[in-house]
Design a protein around this ligand. Structure first.
Ligand SMILES: [Zn+2]
Ligand SMILES: [Zn+2]
Length: 276
């Protein structure tokens, strides 16, 4: 995992968990299989069936920081939009890749992110991970599914090492991946449904949390951190995580999928940490 903050110890997680009680209760009501009546972010009532399926209101969806920002299609880093030339079409053209991706292409083709890792989305992700508000993965997966404009065969969560999975009790990336695939089934015809599989990528090594590592050494630390248990020849694969910071974790997972033969690899993340 590639977290921007050192929320790593169990004691810290318990403190954070208590701080997210309201969101956890919201998550618990979602977990009972009922569509939510209130927005997961602002608690106001949800007006329409579409909002209730999504789990948050359209005001919050529209105000997520950086939700409409111009981003590099490859790494989802924000790029600066120059002013439109006079007479230009109103709809902006797709952004070209950022300079970093042009200079050193990563082992993935696309990154889809909902918004920046900033309030209130960061609060929601921390509540999911450390407040055990597991049902908050539903709104995140559903919103991400609506942003995918390319075909996919297989959706893979970034795996946790066995000790970390035992400590947390669940992998939030898997919960988001499952919700995403479920929502995607509403959007594409049968036969084009991707499947989610948590057993394809594994993480045999138990490394210290990436948040404790300097950004510049993360890629080296993660070399060969992941292994792929299945032949992915010719498949279009998405790798799901909650947050993308340096991109080192997702690049290492993508490299493993690529060595197993994947024809296309995209990252799908709830939040992208803006470059400092
Ligand atoms: Zn709201
Ligand atoms: Zn880029």
């Amino acid at each position: 995992m590639d977290y921007p903050q050192p929320w790593h110890s169990l004691a810290r997680a318990r403190i954070v968990s208590r701080a997210f009680d309201p969101l956890r209760r919201r998550g618990a009501s979602l977990a009972h299989g009922l569509l939510p009546r209130c927005c997961a972010l602002c608690s106001l009532p949800l007006d329409s069936p579409a909002e209730r399926r999504l789990g948050w209101c359209h005001h919050c969806a529209a105000s997520l920081p950086g939700a409409d920002a111009a981003r590099c299609p490859i790494c989802a880093e924000r790029v600066t939009n120059g002013p439109l030339p006079p007479g230009a079409a109103l709809a902006p053209a797709p952004e070209p890749p950022c300079r970093a991706c042009r200079n050193s292409p990563p082992p993935f083709e696309r990154t889809v992110a909902l918004a920046d890792y900033a309030p209130p989305l960061d609060r929601m992700i921390l509540a999911l991970k450390f407040g055990h508000a597991v049902a908050l993965a539903g709104p995140l997966g559903t919103a991400l599914a609506a942003r995918i404009d390319f075909p996919l065969d297989l959706v893979l969560p970034v795996p946790l090492s066995a000790p970390r999975l035992a400590e947390r009790g669940f992998n939030q990336a898997w919960l988001i991946a499952r919700a995403l695939v479920a929502a995607r089934r509403d959007a594409v015809p049968p036969g084009k449904w991707p499947t989610a599989d948590a057993r394809v990528l594994s993480r045999p090594r138990h490394d210290p949390p990436q948040s404790l590592q300097p950004l510049r050494t993360r890629a080296a630390n993660l070399r060969d951190a992941f292994s792929c248990q299945r032949n992915l020849a010719g498949l279009r694969v998405a790798i799901v995580d909650d947050v993308m910071t340096s991109g080192a974790t997702l690049a290492a997972a993508a490299a493993a999928a690529r060595s197993a033969g994947a024809a296309f690899v995209a990252n799908i993340v709830a939040a992208r940490t803006p470059r400092a």
